[in-house]
Design a binder for this molecule. Structure first.
Ligand code: SF4
Length: 335
């Protein structure tokens, strides 16, 4: 019987190399991918499709695990703090590894492997953080990082001879050159550019996320999806407005409308759609309509159709809000 390992597959080159190496050394591999809802890898589910393509190419099984709820808890209360954004990377890595350990115990795998590289990321991939993450996850000795293994304490898989330490690597730092050379050796030709990432490290998203957490103690998945879109305004402690920037965002925003929301749409069909989420009164409704009108192609007064469970449907005529007032209400706009 082959020794089985679970590999945390993010879809990046390092985790792809880890799968390739273990397979080359005769280890049976199953991949785990964690769905966080904070990946910048695509607006739809392009990231997931890419992971499926990778596992298909290797001919290995894939387990997707959704950790949105758990990750939200650690975003709110990280034990080990944040990185440069609102990214609780140490807690997040430990969470993923704890989840992987639970799955390892269920499936009879013998150890976990990751594509982590010593010194590659400032918060979670220096020696102290890597040791801490391993300890927090309860995986001491059973976590192999093949790309940097020779720089780390030998693990149980190495000590037991499941894998030959001499065939592992001593890669460190941020350069990708050693990994690209290794990919050539392993005949791995398809891998993504390192452009993808995590929204929690993005300064613009962080601003919106902080605003969400300050006003919504238990944000839902839908609340977080709204942060990925449009122009984001805070009108009061209990009310925010999101205005789409283009046709594609109009469609995505419509799909996120909930029963409690008020939807605003400029009557000329090319104008933006907006969502008001929270407690709304007449004053705020007119303000939100005026913000929406500001982004209409119409000059001057705009007709805005407001629609919600509370007010039914109503046609409002408003002047666009001026830029000075807009700027005082805007939490962030990506445009
Ligand atoms: S970058 Fe994002 S997904 Fe990755 S460990 Fe940090 S918080 Fe988690």
């Amino acid at each position: 019987m082959k020794t089985k390992a679970l590999v945390l597959l993010s879809g990046g080159l390092d985790s792809i190399l880890t799968v390739g190496l273990l397979l080359k050394y005769g280890i049976e591999v199953e991949a785990i991918n964690f769905v966080t809802s904070f990946c910048t890898c695509g607006k739809t589910n392009e990231g997931q499709q890419e992971i499926e393509r990778i596992t298909h190419r290797f001919g290995i099984q894939l387990k997707m695990i959704d950790i949105f709820e758990e990750i939200m808890e650690i975003v709110k209360h990280p034990k080990y703090g944040y990185g440069k954004g609102i990214n609780p990377c140490i807690d997040c890595h430990a969470l993923m590894l704890k989840k992987a350990k639970e799955y390892m115990l269920k499936t009879g795998a013998s150890f976990i492997a990751t594509g982590e590289v010593l010194g590659q990321r400032p918060m979670s991939q220096h020696l102290r953080a890597m040791n801490l993450i391993e300890k927090e996850s309860g995986l001491e000795g059973l976590l192999l990082r093949p790309l940097s293994a020779k720089l780390l304490t030998p693990t149980i898989p190495e000590q037991n001879g499941w894998i030959d330490r001499e065939k592992l690597f001593a890669i460190s730092g941020r350069s990708r050159k050693p990994q690209i050379a290794l990919a050539e050796q392993l005949n791995i030709t398809e891998y993504p550019n390192p452009a993808g990432g995590c929204l929690l490290t993005d300064s613009k998203f962080t601003k919106k996320m902080r605003d969400l957490l300050a006003h919504t103690p238990d944000p839902s998945w839908n609340d977080v999806q709204l942060l990925k879109l449009g122009r984001y305004f805070r009108l009061s402690e209990g009310l925010k407005v999101i205005v789409a920037r283009n046709d594609e965002e109009n469609k995505r925003l419509v799909n996120l409308v909930e029963e409690k929301d008020t939807r605003l749409q400029v009557t000329n069909q090319k104008g933006p759609i907006a969502i008001c989420r929270g407690e709304i009164n007449r004053e705020y409704l007119l303000k939100a309509a005026s913000i929406t009108a500001r982004y209409s192609d119409d000059r001057g007064e705009s007709g805005i159709v407001a629609n919600s469970r509370f007010i039914g449907e109503e046609l409002l005529f408003v002047q666009p809000m001026d830029d000075v007032e807009i700027s005082t209400l805007m939490v962030h706009s990506s445009s």
